[in-house]
Design a protein around this ligand. Sequence first.
Ligand code: 5RP
Length: 236
Amino acid sequence: MTETLSPAEAGKFAAAMASVAEIEDGMTVGLGTGSTAAWMVRALARRAREDGLRLTCVPTSDRTAGLARALGLTVVGLDEVDRIDVTIDGADEFDGHLRLIKGGGAAHLREKLVAAASDRMIVITDPSKDVETLGAFPLPIEVIPMGWKGTEARIRAVLETAEVDGRDTALRMAEGKPVITDEGNYVIDAHLGRIGDPEGLAAALADIPGVVEHGLFIGLCDTVIIGHPDGRHETR
Ligand code: 5RP
């Protein structure tokens, strides 16, 4: 199987396989979004089928919900469960304190809500997401469409005094139109290069009128499983 995959995909696959080994019968599982999470959803559906696991799954995007349903998993909304045992999701970057940047797939609002409702969050990645300092990956910031230009100006004002190397921001576009999230919002990507104080920036961004959620995940991730192209994995 893994011989046909690129090294990055093989790493994602290895991490996904290791993560679903942690799932037990009867669990409620949060399903992340992205290519790594999609490997996990496929592996989880297979495990559930082969091992007869009865699982309840809470997806973090319409994409993931569609995939999970198509593979026969039981999918419910976040408000239909009291708690989630474990959420398994990808990330765009993680550092030594298990702080994350997420939202490359514009799903970080639902991803954060599901992670926050979970007893445990496992992040699955290939080695390329492992960074000394967060910030090379542009930070996604979900904003309300109404007045987004003013919100972007307020974000830029916050960045003026933030410990970052770059301060460019851009509305995320696809095919000439703003990207719309599953919750009907826009995404502004902040090109920061380096985030010296993730906690401080997270708090400052959360305080801006018009910002719905940013992609800094702090204090949410419990475990990172890094999959390697040769099929090995390591846990942090
Ligand atoms: C989506 C996310 C993804 O988890 C993140 O972008 C990683 O994606 P991939 O597994 O495709 O590299 O945060 O909003």
